[in-house]
Write a protein that binds this ligand. Structure first.
Ligand code: MN
Length: 245
């Protein structure tokens, strides 16, 4: 059993270095893993599966080629790419996971999340999240012409950039009691998430039980990932031209 976890790649045409690192990662460390879990924000944004960009096609080709070698691929949507649907997932051979998703890794209970549900101090974001994660809202939105959808997303992205500058670092991090509640609800698993771009290994003591929380790093051209082998604790690694080896 060997599983790799990545998140927050924010792939887009403007970051060719990250894209190259991702393709190298898929042909490198990911090949020898049994499973690759992508915990959201694989793409900088996703306007719908009908937005057939060269980038989206290149990524799905590379993912499908990896799946062909025997690695199972899982995708848990992030706040940037939650509109990624079954059609793209089928082509890329991704299995879409709910957020959160409880999995078994060699007999250990591991809870996976993008992480944005834990940032409960940001009430404005949470109410926005509830709106856009509503299936009815999504269906209506996806019925709009692609060009319109892209415009709306562009507007939301610039609003979010402005809002971020006014928010404190604390507001944009996870809320400790939201983490504890989630761990309790799932019988004290190990938690792995991304989103905050603050890679770390935390330990939470909840009701006397000790739960690890791994926060994944965001990507540049250094391809950070978490590797979990059956034998030992997870290890945070990097792969790519600028990784310190
Ligand atoms: Mn995110």
């Amino acid at each position: 059993m060997s599983a790799l976890f990545i998140s927050d790649l924010h792939l887009c045409e403007q970051r060719p270095g990250t894209l190259r690192a991702f393709f190298a990662f898929l042909q490198g460390p990911a090949r020898s893993a049994q499973a690759l879990y992508i915990l959201g924000d694989l793409f900088e944004y996703w306007a719908g599966d009908d937005d057939a960009t060269p980038l989206g096609n290149a990524v799905s080709d590379a993912l499908a080629a990896l799946a062909e070698t025997g690695t199972s691929l899982f995708f848990l949507p992030g706040n940037r790419d939650f509109l990624l649907g079954e059609s793209y997932a089928r082509t890329a051979r991704l299995q879409i996971l709910a957020d959160p998703a409880l999995i078994d890794l060699g007999g250990k209970a591991v809870l996976l999340s993008h992480g944005d549900i834990l940032c409960t101090d940001d009430e404005h974001y949470q109410s926005f999240r509830r709106l856009v994660r509503d299936p009815v809202w999504q269906r209506v939105f996806l019925e709009r012409p692609l060009a319109q959808r892209k415009q709306v997303i562009e507007g939301l992205r610039s609003q979010s950039e402005t809002a971020k500058q006014e928010k404190t670092m604390e507001i944009m991090d996870v809320n400790a009691s939201a983490v504890e509640t989630l761990l309790r609800e799932h019988d004290y698993p190990t938690l792995i998430h991304g989103h905050t771009h603050r890679p770390a290994h935390h330990v939470h003591i909840v009701d006397g039980r000790s739960c690890g929380r791994w926060v994944l790093a965001d990507w540049h051209d250094d391809a950070p990932y978490l590797r979990w082998e059956e034998a030992g604790p997870p290890v945070a690694l990097r792969f790519g031209p600028n990784a310190d080896r």
